[in-house]
Design a protein around this ligand. Sequence first.
Ligand SMILES: Nc1ncnc2c1ncn2[C@@H]1O[C@H](COP(=O)(O)OP(=O)(O)OP(=O)(O)O)[C@@H](O)[C@H]1O
Ligand SMILES: [K+]
Ligand SMILES: [Mg+2]
Length: 692
Amino acid sequence: MSQVDATAHGASIVSKPKPVEWTSVIGEAFKKLSPRVQVKNPVMFVVYLGSIVATLLWIQALRGNGEAPSGFIFAIAVWLWFTVLFANAAEALAEGRGKAQADALRATRQRVVARVLKEPKRESESWLTPSNELDVGVHLLVETGEIIPTDGEVVQGAASVDESAITGESAPVIREAGGDFCSVTGGTRVLSDWIVMRVTAKPGEAFLDRMIAMVEGAKRGKTPNEIALTILLVALTLIFLLVCVTLLPFSGFGTIVNGSGSVVTITVLIALLVCLIPTTIGALLSAVGIAGMSRMMKANVLATSGRAIEAAGDVDVLLLDKTGTITLGNREATKFYPAPRVDERALADAAQLASLADETPEGRSIVVLAKTAFNIRGRELHGAEAIAFSAQTRMSGINIDGRQIRKGAGSAIRAHVEAIGGVFPREVTSIVEEVSRRGSTPLVVSDGINVLGVVELKDIVKGGIKERFAELRAMGIKTVMITGDNKLTAAAIAAEAGVDDYLAEATPEDKLRLIREYQAEGRLVAMTGDGTNDAPALAQADVAVAMNSGTQAAKEAGNMVDLDSNPTKLLRVVEVGKQMIMTRGALTTFSVANDLAKYFAIIPAAFVATYPPLAALNIMGLHSPASAILSAVIFNALIIVVLIPLALQGIKYRAEPAARLLSRNLLIYGLGGIVAPFIGIKLIDILLTPFF
Ligand SMILES: Nc1ncnc2c1ncn2[C@@H]1O[C@H](COP(=O)(O)OP(=O)(O)OP(=O)(O)O)[C@@H](O)[C@H]1O
Ligand SMILES: [K+]
Ligand SMILES: [Mg+2]
């Protein structure tokens, strides 16, 4: 097979973004001057049209019949163009980081030659096919050292896989058939052993392709909040447009000319319009959205919609699946507890028989424990009927030689045994409770109507979880663990992990129902999970973070994938969402508050000749009407540049009540928005005075 070292590129979405290349940002800013790009942003489109008209007026002035001195019109036109270019540059800067990441990812997405198998077995006949021509459903063999050609699910074998090309995490992970750890991602590499996988992604639609499309922002649609805000901005723009149009009769077009013969020029009206419409937020709105997406990437979370990021900012309930999300998820059999009058070896033998056809990690670990503890070897399963595990039945097993051997959750086996006329021994109930209290999962084994005993499955709570759940609580987010496991195990793990509440013995439908209930109460629900049985719940949740270690079904149902498979990542996700909403709010407040100073600067300047008492409004003591108007336009353009870092980095979020955050931001950005232009416009006017 042709192989290129994928990891050598060090490509991962966590790779450090390259330093900004100013030439390319400037180039992009000019490219975005195309009317097709401009028309998408209504506020800036008005500025764009204003720049064109001002430029035409300047050309007219050069020919000698201008409405004002050509130097003045020229200066206004230039600064209007700068206003448009600054907005373009803000967007280009925000996009820049994503572009660099996309390039790095593209280096990972290389074409390899895949080995296609005729049958889903390692020994089967095989042939070679380029990775970009693989259909969904075909089976591939991938061996040590080879790159996994595309996304899929392991159907046979187990291997350690280096996923650093995608996750940036260097520790290899185990990918194996059955259970919640069967998904493999194209572009990652098998380090040892081999796997037979079934392709699940259409060509061009694999995880890596989606990641590239995401970071490039190709599919970034406007979020509902963004649309609402845009409507508000358009309304404001229309109002000011109307105001300026009604002033048109006072301009050169009109007939009303005051005693001294001076008129309000079109140039001044354009300047007034641009200063009054919300250009600051109009220019930075899209950059804020793209930067939010980028920050999510930096946190190693792949979000498939901006809407999900925004919803994350308002989440108030977080549901988590237990196994594989709160715990490490490789539940391993550690001990056999026989029922009274049952030999431990007989229990181990039956447990192994019930697990020989069970491809889940739980099943395989039982086979291994029986082998290491009692040297029991697997046997041929001629004529046997395997009963596969399902989250609904919570049971698996085998029908062999006339025996009905089952293993599963205590309640499931109790129901099964009682249904066929057996009794569930009290002693076994105590063992189940004892094992559960330790936070382990008890699997009860039965043979026909006889209950043979319990297998203890141990699982470990992921590190550092408790502290982070406490932080979520401080943010006002309730954490609820939902698990298919029994109540006692759930309670033990819930206590250890420090979640607020838990739901035990939950079927996939229960998980879904719980989410719907919370949503019906008007809450915004986040869910993190890894299993196929979590998929319906993930699809229903407002913010659905699938663990990268989880199944394809879970990853497809979610609207975010956490490449680190860390359930407390939601903390970061919420932060990014809140930051995005707050930043947008702050910039809007600032943008609107800014207008006040401009009234004082431009209105007296524009109309003092028509109506001299307006001079009283010139409280800034600006040099002359022309310098006042130009200063306001320059300030209006420069403030965009000044606020670009804020738009890109976002406002710092602190875990405190929303009302406090809001009032503080109103104070800073509202008051700041009112005061800043008075100072800024005055300073610019002083600097300009020598030129007038
Ligand atoms: N291979 C298996 N054979 C028989 N029973 C199993 C097997 N795996 C799990 N069980 C039983 O079924 C129950 C539900 O398992 P499942 O993995 O579906 O839980 P879940 O709903 O995903 O919850 P969580 O992942 O949060 O623990 C387990 O608690 C266990 O008692
Ligand atoms: K403005
Ligand atoms: Mg699970």
